[in-house]
Design a protein around this ligand. Structure first.
Ligand SMILES: [Zn+2]
Length: 246
């Protein structure tokens, strides 16, 4: 990277973080690109700030999929816009009515060889009503919640998605993390940590998690150097192994 000096780095937030962590540990000064574009995984605020600090550059979040049915991209004001001239994008609730909070349905204008009409992408999005003053007349997405399989289900039936990262990201010394649910009552939290992580961070972290998941689940913390990746090479923040209906 130092030799090539890329102007733009595009990649999964996890991998880009790990490169920066490696460079920091080895005392290698890291190349600062003009910008970094992240996609494929949830980009929490903490991860974004960490990456901006490591690389001394601005991060832009981007959402698309191999089927090219919809595209969401961040503008210079930090708002996520649906790219409306890329495809016809609909957001539908459970009853297939138009909604500000529902499932993303996409019809691309560009895929001539395999046109997908009203393709159900499956990611949940929440829309923002206000307009952006970047002057793009494209709708704004408040949050890309992700697919329904990306959640933890507590014994009490509570469903928790990316919100879990709020607890974990605030723990001192945590670089990246992953929640794996391998049974209804058991959660493994894998953590890649730095020297600032200690017993106090762990106690605070568990207390924070308990507020969300309650006291019935057993939590094990595992310090690791690598998180689990899926087939596509992504490192999901949440992995559910309990074979729920999704
Ligand atoms: Zn904008």
């Amino acid at each position: 990277m130092l030799k090539f000096k890329p102007k733009i780095i595009i990649g999964f937030p996890f991998d880009i973080t790990m490169i920066a962590k490696f460079a920091t540990e080895k005392n290698i000064s890291i190349h600062s690109p003009k910008t970094i574009i992240t996609y494929g995984e949830t980009l929490s605020l903490k991860r974004r700030l960490l990456l901006e600090k490591y690389y001394q550059t601005k991060i832009y979040n981007f959402f698309s999929m191999h089927e090219c049915s919809a595209m969401i991209s961040e503008c210079e004001n930090g708002n996520l816009h649906i790219i409306e001239d890329f495809g016809y994008t609909e957001i539908l609730d459970k009853n297939d009515n138009y909604s500000d909070n529902g499932t993303l349905i996409g019809t691309s204008f560009y895929n001539y060889s395999m046109p997908l009409i009203r393709y159900k992408i499956g990611d949940q999005v929440e829309m923002e009503k206000s307009k952006c003053n970047c002057k793009r007349n494209f709708r704004i997405v408040k949050e890309i919640v992700g697919k329904q399989c990306d959640y933890i289900e507590t014994p009490a039936g509570k469903i928790l998605g990316a919100v879990m990262s709020h607890s974990i990201d605030n723990a001192k010394g945590v670089i990246v993390s992953q929640c794996i649910q391998d049974s209804k009552n058991h959660l493994v939290i894998k953590l890649v940590i730095d020297k600032f992580y200690n017993e106090i961070s762990e106690k605070k972290l568990e207390a924070d998690l308990r507020k969300r998941i309650g006291n019935k689940m057993k939590i094990d913390f595992e310090m690791v150097t690598q998180l689990e990746k899926n087939m596509g090479g992504k490192t999901p923040f949440i992995i559910s192994k309990i074979g729920n209906k999704y």
